[in-house]
Ligand binder design. Structure first.
Ligand code: PHE
Length: 339
């Protein structure tokens, strides 16, 4: 490198430097400004420069020297200023009080549910919220002209792509990629094109469960859900199963828990019967197993699904589903002690 190039590169180096501590500043002084430093070497080299170049190179060298000196002086000044400033701070004073956040009630309840199912040996699975027709509908036996597919319930993005209407789509994905035994729950957000009211919203959250192995029976389904209910709602909670219909389970059922009709609220919630429906369930339809590449001669399984909002509303007496999504701290803070 010629002397001119060296001066140029030194300038670039110094401009890019950034110090934070006294020690870094001292290193800078030793490396660049001291008698053994880079600047001094350049002045030594300058002595050997032919006299016709001396004027031009000399002034360049001086400029860079001034830059180095200024960099040193200014940094020193600002380090000292910073120090005296921090000396004014009384570090023993208590800091400003920070507002402590809390988990969202839906997340709290989701976690409570996950914990119970994990104890029963279920793992967690996840899938996309934008889903294709196969995973949300076809693999699950929804006939081509099933009303749930039409524009009233489903937010379509393209003819064969929609926002998932349930997390059963995740279960299809799990069955496609994993060999039984499968024991998984899929919590997640789902979307339905419904009128927004105190009882329904255009999106909500579900937990769905799936258990597939050799010899899984309806008795296993009942026992699993029964254990869940006892853990979640209390040991003495009464449940009942009613026959129902879902395209992807056969037989299908809905499970109710008994609240009674003693209070006005319970009467209203249960429409006078004392029973509140909390989930849908059933034995996975053989055709669904086959659709997902599972041999239905060897394996059987059950599935269930429930809405997290609905269960949270019931457990904590929340009257309007919309309050979950309005970000009103006065509402959210009431769940503080649970998180
Ligand atoms: N996927 C159903 C729903 O969204 C719930 C369900 C899951 C029912 C599994 C039966 C079995 O309503």
């Amino acid at each position: 490198m010629t002397l001119e190039e060296k001066i140029q590169s030194l300038r670039k180096q110094v401009e890019a430097l950034h110090f934070q501590t006294e020690q870094e500043l001292e290193e800078f002084r030793v490396n660049y400004l001291s008698r053994k430093g880079v600047l001094n070497d350049l002045f030594e080299e300058f002595k050997k420069v032919p006299s016709e170049l001396k004027k031009e190179l000399g002034s360049k060298l001086n400029e860079v020297k001034i830059l180095l000196q200024e960099t040193f002086d200014e940094t020193k000044k600002s380090l000292e200023a910073g120090e005296s400033e921090s000396n004014d701070v009384d570090r023993s004073l208590p800091g400003p009080r920070l507002a402590i956040g809390s988990r969202h009630p839906l997340r709290i309840v989701e976690n409570q549910m996950i914990e119970i199912f994990q104890k029963l040996g279920f793992d967690l699975s996840d899938g996309p919220e934008i889903e294709d027709d196969w995973h949300n509908f076809s693999a699950l036996n929804f006939p081509e002209n099933h009303p749930a597919r039409d524009m009233q319930d489903t937010f379509f993005i393209a003819p064969d792509i929609s926002l998932r209407t349930h997390t059963s789509s995740v279960q299809v994905r799990v069955m496609e990629r994993q060999k039984p035994p499968i024991r998984t729950i899929s919590p997640g957000r789902v979307y339905r094109n419904e009128a927004i009211s105190a009882r329904s919203n255009s999106f909500f959250h579900q937990i769905e469960g799936l258990y597939i192995d050799k010899g899984v029976s309806f008795a296993d389904l009942k026992q699993t859900l029964y254990l869940f209910v006892q853990e979640f709602f209390g040991q003495d909670t009464k449940v009942r199963f009613r026959p129902s219909y879902f395209p992807f389970t056969e037989p299908s059922a809905e499970m109710d828990i008994f609240l009674g009709t003693e209070t006005e609220a319970d009467k209203r919630l249960t429409k006078g019967t004392g029973w509140l429906e909390i989930l849908g369930c059933g034995m996975v339809d053989v055709q669904v197993l086959e659709n997902c590449g599972i041999d239905s001669e060897v394996y059987s399984g059950f599935a269930f699904g429930m809405g997290i909002e609905r269960i949270t509303m019931f457990k904590y007496g929340v009257k309007d589903l919309r309050t979950f999504f309005e970000h009103d701290k006065r509402f959210l803070e009431q769940f503080h002690s649970l998180s």
